[in-house]
Design a protein around this ligand. Sequence first.
Ligand code: IMP
Ligand code: MG
Length: 193
Amino acid sequence: MIPSIDRVTTMFTATQLQERIAALGAQISRDYAGKDLTLVGILKGSVPFLADLMKHLTVPTQIDFLEISSYGGGMSSTGMVRLVKDLSHPISGKDVLIVEDIVDTGLTLRYLLEMFASREPASLGIAALLDKPGGRVEGADVRIDYLGFSIPNEFVVGFGLDLAGYFRNLPYVGVYDPPSDESATPEASNVPA
Ligand code: IMP
Ligand code: MG
């Protein structure tokens, strides 16, 4: 079933997102001056954030992508993370900044940090548009170097974030309020994160 846009209430407008992303871009440009930056976007949710962020970078920048799938369904990750698509290029010696849409349990990022550590990048940082610090599980207390906004434990969609694959195209971020007849876990299982 296609979820209804009528159930989405705006949390951050397109203007608010763009202002924050511009500020993050300026900060990253300062911090990475003289470095060899590679943005690594986590498909598919990071696409709008990465596309807008990179336009504000004034340092030499390359981009690459990988795709992750979290299984089990529900409103948050089960920690069963599967690599669907790896990077196209080696990151050895590169200053890598992982770009994520949202951090919840922290398990996806923990998996990626462990995977990347053995590839010997010059540095490894994390940029996330949103953070739900209340969702963090023990042992996955990842450090976010560049954060857009911290939010409460609500299920949000838009600007890359999806419900069963829908709503990624919205230019804003909103809270999705499931209809009462829908299960408490509207996120379809086996949908790529
Ligand atoms: P983590 O491993 O729990 O930190 O999972 C992060 C991933 O879960 C994100 O990349 C999203 O794909 C998904 N996710 C977590 N919270 C939300 C949400 O509120 N809306 C949509 N996707 C979410
Ligand atoms: Mg994701």
